[in-house]
Structures are given as C-alpha cells and as structure tokens.
Design a protein around this ligand. Structure first.
Ligand SMILES: Cc1cc2nc3c(=O)[nH]c(=O)nc-3n(C[C@H](O)[C@H](O)[C@H](O)COP(=O)(O)OP(=O)(O)OC[C@H]3O[C@@H](n4cnc5c(N)ncnc54)[C@H](O)[C@@H]3O)c2cc1C
Length: 452
C-alpha cells in the first residue's frame, strides 16, 4: 500500500465513507477506503435506524440481498413523553409500512457496516482495515494524500474525510476546530438480549415486524436529550443521549443516566428479563447548520458526522451521511472527467447538498435546540403538567366535565414555564406570521368551497 497514487482516498468506512467509496468505485475510479477499526463498524455506535431510500440509491433493492445485515423493518413509530409515573404518546402504525421497500430498518452497526463496506469492495474499492490516518498531506496548498499512523504515505487526486464526529483529519487540515461541549451530545447505548417471540409479544408485533420508541421527559433527569428503544431480531437497543455540556454542568455520569432511564416503570417492564450484551458510548454532532465547517478545499471534501450533518430532532444522521458521501463521490467523478480537483470544481459538492434534503433540513432546524434550551423549565415541568392534565381528563371522578376542563386549563395557564413560553414566543413577528397563515388558510378554504 505504501506510496501509491489513487483517484481518491476515503477516510472512514462508516455510512458516509462507504457511500463515497461505493459511488466512485462503481464509476470505475481507483478508490482506497481506510478504516481504523479491526473491521468496518467494529466500534461504531448508532440506535440504529437505517433509512431505505438513501441506501436504495446506493445498493438498489438491498432488502432482497439475503446477506444484508438488517434486523427488523419498522412498521410502527412512537414518541413517548414520561412523567415520574406516567406516559403519554403519539404514534403511527401502518399496513403501508409492511410492503417492500419498507420505510426503514433497525440494524446493528457492527454487522451492517461490514456488509456495506463489502458492497464497496465488490464494486472495486480497496478496503484497508486497522489503518488509522494520522494526517493529510499537502503540496502547494492542495491536499494530495494522507499519512497513516504506520508512516505509510498514500496519494490521490482527492481525499474524502468521512472520519466521524472527532474528525482529526478535518481539524489537522484546518477546516474545523474541536467541537465545544455545546456542539455535541453524548449517547450511551446498551444491546439487550430477549427471545424474538417475547419481543413480538411485548411490543404487539407480527412475526418479523419492528417498532421504534423515542422517549422524552423525566428519563433524562432534566438534561436536554432523549432515550430510544428499538426492536432488533432477538435483541433490544436501548439508549439515552444528552447534550455534553449538560452532563458536564450537572455532573451526572452517562452510565448512571442510562440506568436511571432504564428504571422508569414504563421502560422497565419492556426490558424485563433481558440480558445485557453490549454497552457503548459515542458523541453525536448536534451543532447542525450553525456549526458546519467549510465542506471543501483544493483536493479535499468532508462528509457526514465529520461535517456536523445530523438532524437530531428527527433522529437522522446515517441518511444524511450516506447522501453526503454519495454526493461527494459524484462530485469527484465529475472533477475526474474535467481533470480539475480545485476547490472551485469541488464546490459543486456544496451545491448538490443544497439541492438535496441535507442542507435544507439542517438549515430549517438550526435554531430549534437554542429555542428549546431557552425553555428548560418547561422541559422539566411540562411532562408532569401534561400527565396531571391527562389524568384529570381520563379519570372519572364524579365532577362535571366542565369543572374538570376548567381546572385543567387554569393549571396550564397558571404555570410559570407555560407563561414564559407564551410571553417570549408570541412576539409581534410570530403573531404576524400566525395572522398571515390564518388569512392564507381562509383564502384557501374560500377557493375550495367556491370551486376556484
Ligand atoms: C447513540 C446514537 C444513536 C444514533 N441513532 C441513530 C439512528 O437511529 N439513526 C440515524 O440515522 N442516526 C443515528 N445516529 C447518528 C449516526 O450514527 C451518525 O450520524 C452516522 O454514523 C454518521 O456516519 P459517518 O460515516 O459520518 O460517521 P461514523 O459512522 O462515525 O463513521 C466514521 C468511521 O471513520 C472511522 N475513522 C475515524 N477516524 C479515523 C481515522 N483517523 N482513520 C481511519 N478511520 C477512521 C471510524 O472508525 C468509523 O468507522 C446515532 C448516533 C448515536 C451516537
């Protein structure tokens, strides 16, 4: 491998890197994919929900491949909000999600990444595992290759950094700084063994079906974050993630938070009798659009977690990584045709991301976390308040319904956190947008009712 020259070097065989390598290898480029793990996925952590559309674009009809490392197709998705002793939920289950191609699947990354990297190899990419890239090599200001921790130097027209959240390559080449504790979350996850019939019974699933539950409220002990519970074939994935700065401020230890979340009565009963097989922890880039680095320079592109491409509020990261990896690959293919690997040519990558869902989604969610953080009182008190309101609403206690409803409303309006939310968010600008929206709706309704 020493001192060789390739069309492209891809660093990191996760969803972003393998997608880039696969795209370029399919087009006949000479591609080397470098992975520091003993095998792809050896240490990678994810919930993990993988989305069909983005993978299908790279491995058409992958679900028909008996080797594809898929656990369960997801036929139901739920969001729970927990108070100390209660839970309320919204969810969606659909027969439509029973048909292939399913919307998404649960996977175990150690198996999935291995299978996926094999697809890149079958397309012609050369995969080297157990290789850690230590630095990028520059010549006349351009990135021309990488140096590994063994001292090997590899050269290429383009280097794609897909080395995940702690992108040492991105840092070393000066595109980004180490993320602050406000720009990342820390996720801890356990894989718990449970017989498949028990999983199906407990989660009300038909044979082979899967479900996901995103869990907010009490179980994060007031930290900004959430838990997740996903069904695999004969294991469950349970985890909790919260902003790193919140862990630091409160001194709560991640493993303690995981145990706390597991002990909630609504969760405990679903995990009962399961055996812990694996524990892992990983950072999640959650700075989003506001933290994204420059995505290209001469001879260099950066994709996936390395570039903060995670839409945390929708639990999406792998699909952004795959799409970014594919678009990085397509950009290099075009650059190869032109014979020009300058920043100007590679800037097409950013334009492609803008035209895809990646940059628009990151842009649209850029202020969400700041907004939620402004209202941490409501995050802390909201679940109890809602649980009490719903308890009163459903509990038949002999009071006239109008009295119950009045007291629920009074309790909500008297709460200082609710008042603060209304006061700060109902600004003149927001009210104006609401009025504008209401007027538009009225015009639309009028047109519909008058057959226009
Ligand atoms: C707890 C948790 C739950 C999550 N759940 C979901 C979910 O359900 N759905 C979802 O879509 N997303 C989820 N995510 C986010 C998702 O995991 C990431 O967005 C996704 O893995 C990003 O892919 P990537 O290829 O950019 O980075 P990674 O998957 O991190 O891959 C980077 C690769 O680079 C390798 N590498 C790093 N440095 C070097 C180096 N110097 N030299 C060589 N190789 C190197 C690593 O070993 C790794 O294989 C979750 C994340 C966490 C932590």
């Amino acid at each position: 491998m020493a001192d060789e020259k390739f069309d492209a070097i891809v660093v990191g065989a996760g969803p972003a890197g393998t997608s880039a390598a696969l795209t370029m290898a399919k087009a006949g480029l000479s591609v080397v994919l470098l992975e520091r793990g003993e095998y792809p996925g050896a240490k990678n952590v994810q919930g993990a929900v993988m989305y069909t559309k983005m993978l299908d674009e790279l491995v058409p009809a992958f679900w028909k491949d008996p080797q594809a490392a898929l656990e369960r197709p997801i036929t139901e998705q739920k969001i729970w909000v927990l108070s100390k002793d209660s839970m309320f939920q919204v969810g969606f289950k659909s027969e439509r999600w029973l048909a292939e191609p399913h919307n998404c699947y649960t996977v175990i990354r150690a198996a999935f990444d291995r299978w996926y990297a094999k697809k890149a190899e079958e397309a012609g990419a050369q995969l080297f595992t157990g290789v850690t890239v230590r630095e990028g090599l520059r010549k006349d200001g351009k990135v021309v290759g990488v140096k590994t921790s063994d001292g090997d130097e590899l050269y290429a027209d383009v280097v794609v950094a897909a080395d995940g959240v702690n992108s040492l390559l991105g840092q070393q080449l000066g595109l980004l700084d180490e993320w602050t504790a406000d720009e990342v979350a820390l996720g801890v996850k356990e894989v718990l063994e449970l017989p498949r019939e028990k999983i199906e019974d407990r989660f009300n699933l038909e044979k082979g079906e899967g479900t996901t539950i995103e869990i907010f409220g009490e179980n994060t002990r007031g930290l900004l974050g959430y838990s997740f519970l996903y069904t695999n074939k004969d294991t469950l994935s349970f985890g909790v993630g919260a902003k790193l700065s919140h862990f630091q401020k409160t001194g709560i230890r991640p493993p303690d938070l995981l145990e706390y979340a597991k002990s909630h009565p609504m969760i405990r009963r679903l995990l009962k009798g399961s055996k812990s097989l694996e524990y892992s922890a990983h950072l999640i880039p959650e700075g989003g659009y506001n933290s994204m680095p420059k995505l290209f320079t001469d001879g260099f592109l950066i994709a996936g977690d390395a570039a903060q491409m995670v839409n945390a509020s929708h639990r999406e990261g792998s699909n952004l990584a795959m799409t970014a990896g594919r678009l990085a690959g397509e950009t290099v293919i075009e650059a190869k045709t032109k014979g020009d690997f300058s920043a100007k040519t590679l800037s097409a990558y950013q334009e492609k991301l803008r035209k895809s869902f990646v940059i628009p989604d990151l842009f649209d969610h850029k202020d969400l976390e700041t907004m939620v953080e402004k209202h941490m009182d409501l995050v802390a008190e909201g679940p109890e308040l809602m649980a009490q309101s719903l308890y009163d609403y459903f509990n038949v206690d002999g009071r006239p319904k109008r009295d119950t409803q009045k007291s629920i409303l009074q309790r909500l309006l008297k709460n200082s956190a609710v008042k603060e939310l209304v006061r700060s968010e109902l600004t003149l600008k927001n009210e104006f947008s609401l009025v504008k929206m209401a007027l538009k709706m009225r015009v639309l309704l009028w047109k519909l009712t008058h057959g226009k």
